[in-house]
Design a protein around this ligand. Sequence first.
Ligand code: 5GP
Ligand code: MN
Length: 341
Amino acid sequence: MEIAKDKLSALGDMLSYPRKVVIVSHTNPDGDAIGSSVAWRDVLTATGHSVTCILPNRYPYYLDFMPGIKDIIIYKHDAEGRAAAAVKEADLIFCLDFHTLTRLDALSDLIASNTTAERVLIDHHLDPTTDFDLMLSYPQSSSTSYLVARIIEEMFGAGSITRRMAEDLFVGMMTDTGNFAFSFITPDLFRVLSLLCATGIDVPAIHNNVYNSFTEGRARLFGYVINRKMKIFHGGQVAHMSLTEQEMRRFWFQQGDSEGFVNYPLTIRKMKMSAIFIEHHDFIRVSLRSRGNIDVNLFASRYFHGGGHKNAAGGKSFVPMEETLRHFEESVSAFAREGLL
Ligand code: 5GP
Ligand code: MN
């Protein structure tokens, strides 16, 4: 994957004198959203810019250990209005790991209506919108963290990657690739990983922090969902699961506890597509995963107001659970009739 020289030089021009920078990432932030944002913040701070990181809502508890995470402003809990003040002052806003301002939910108005700041996209999702003044959009990048590592390397040199940045970037690269198992696993990814390792990061400790730090409730909820809530249909090729708020309460649900559940049905032979529906206060969050050529980015945008990547996408549903599941099954049939499944 080549990063266009003209984009890097435009970015270089923007950063050629001290700027007031805001970095934002998507709602329900994951390891990649946070890893890329805080590493980018660290390098910009080190090169003389004043930087504020903002997220629309809280990150899952098991990412608490990430070294750069503490100073992020959570917009939803920002009673003092520090986020609004930073956005108002900013002359440069970086949008990391999302492709449309609507992914910022409550924060999107603030970022969209700030007319003076330039907006720069650094992202790896398909079909970015035109809300940005400069776009570094690379859907062939396995994570935004990998993309940020490459940009840092090109602009500031590999030597500028500190151990702390390496740890944050590693989390993003590991989680978005399902532990280096999904698409776009390239020789260059391992070259960059070796640069990160050379800073002295403790890979087994990072792995342990991310994947072995869940609550008992999550383990029991997982058993319940797979045993009781997984429906397999379409000749064994599609699975769906769902969780209502009431069910989640029974298992002491905390944000992030259902992360990764949607991948599990794809461990079943011949399974092509998997979905999980999680009930929230005023909508149902949809997560989709697929294998090979099945395009869940297209599926999510057509049937669930969403998008993402070819094999991992998400969206929302605004009708009750029963109806949502029926809509999903009907959409699967329609998709299959077109030869897309
Ligand atoms: P997850 O299922 O892990 O929440 O999300 C999978 C992928 O789909 C992520 O890349 C995420 O950015 C994208 N995605 C999740 N929810 C939405 C959504 O509501 N709208 C759009 N456009 N993309 C989403
Ligand atoms: Mn990502």
